[in-house]
Ligand binder design. Structure first.
Ligand code: ZN
Length: 291
């Protein structure tokens, strides 16, 4: 008899990545489909999983947000109000529940990554991990002893208010809600809005990297004092910029005024899971749904 299989969905704003895996993290099949409308994309996903012919024990969905994650809510598993056309109110879990009749776990892609990095990646064995992604948007998830931090909904760490860098006072920020919150100042589109290029495309000596590192370093110092994670894992396209990680470490250290516990190079690190990070996040969620 074959081992149990898990259906994995990494739901992104432009594409859905699908996978079939076992609990040992072997991925047997994968597919990517464009994100169009809920009916079309979720319908295609359900058909693909059915065509794999696997006996699924559970599904895990690691999705773009915002999501309704309150199990008592009638909208549990739905996308909350979003500027993304067609997806506000769409249930991500119902098509899989109806077709396969097995548990369907869902959380944000950020929380999925936080959980998988804590279980198997850069935070394995450490007990507490903060995962922060800085790309098209900014989001954070905190995992402590296997539990994800949650209040009424998932954390929205990208939207904290920030002090302003003295050389960056004129930029209004890109967040539609807050203007110059962390995301509005330091996400990829905020970089392009100011300087017309991504950080990695800016010429040597351009102040952009320094300014973005200043913001991220200060945000990390704040998160660190609130949560005291054993490790802070930085993911996302912006943080992949060459040399940025070291600048962020220096700024975080400076912002905390020597109050930091441990060594900064060991505290703030890149992700440990490579290209499979998204699907492994979905697997971590699916495995948790099995009693
Ligand atoms: Zn904001």
């Amino acid at each position: 008899m074959s081992a149990a299989r898990y259906g994995l969905i990494e739901a992104g704003g432009t594409k859905f990545v699908l996978g079939v895996a076992d609990e040992a993290r072997t991925i047997f099949a994968r597919e990517r489909i464009p994100t169009t409308t809920p009916a079309e994309t979720l319908g295609a996903a359900v058909e693909w999983f059915a065509a794999q012919g696997a006996a699924y024990a559970a599904f895990g969905i690691a999705s773009f947000g915002p999501l309704d994650l309150d199990p008592a809510s009638p909208g549990y598993g739905c996308v909350r109000a979003t500027p993304k056309p067609h997806w506000s109110g769409a249930s991500l879990i119902d098509p899989f529940l109806e077709r396969f009749g097995v548990p369907v776990a869902i959380d944000t892609d950020v929380n999925g990554a936080a959980l998988s990095e804590a279980l198997w990646g850069a935070g394995a064995g450490l007990g507490s991990v903060l995962y922060l992604t800085i790309g098209t948007g900014i989001g954070g998830g905190f995992c402590s002893d296997g539990q994800l931090l949650r209040g009424l909904s998932h954390p929205e760490m990208g939207h904290i208010r920030m002090p302003r860098h003295p050389e960056d006072l004129d930029f209004a920020g890109t967040c539609p809600f807050h203007g110059d919150c962390l995301e509005g100042l330091a996400c990829g589109p905020a970089v392009i809005a100011r300087w017309g290029k991504s950080l990695s495309e800016l010429p040597e000596g351009h102040p952009g990297k320094r300014i973005i590192a200043w913001y991220i370093g200060r945000a990390l110092a704040t998160f660190q004092t609130v949560m005291e994670p054993a490790r802070i894992v930085l993911g996302g396209g912006v943080t992949g910029t060459e040399g940025l990680l070291d600048l962020i470490r220096a700024e975080a250290l400076a912002a905390n005024g020597g109050y930091t516990v441990g060594k900064i190079d060991e505290l703030i690190v890149p992700p440990g899971l490579g290209d499979n990070a998204g699907l492994l996040g979905a697997l971590a969620l699916a495995l948790r749904s099995i009693p």
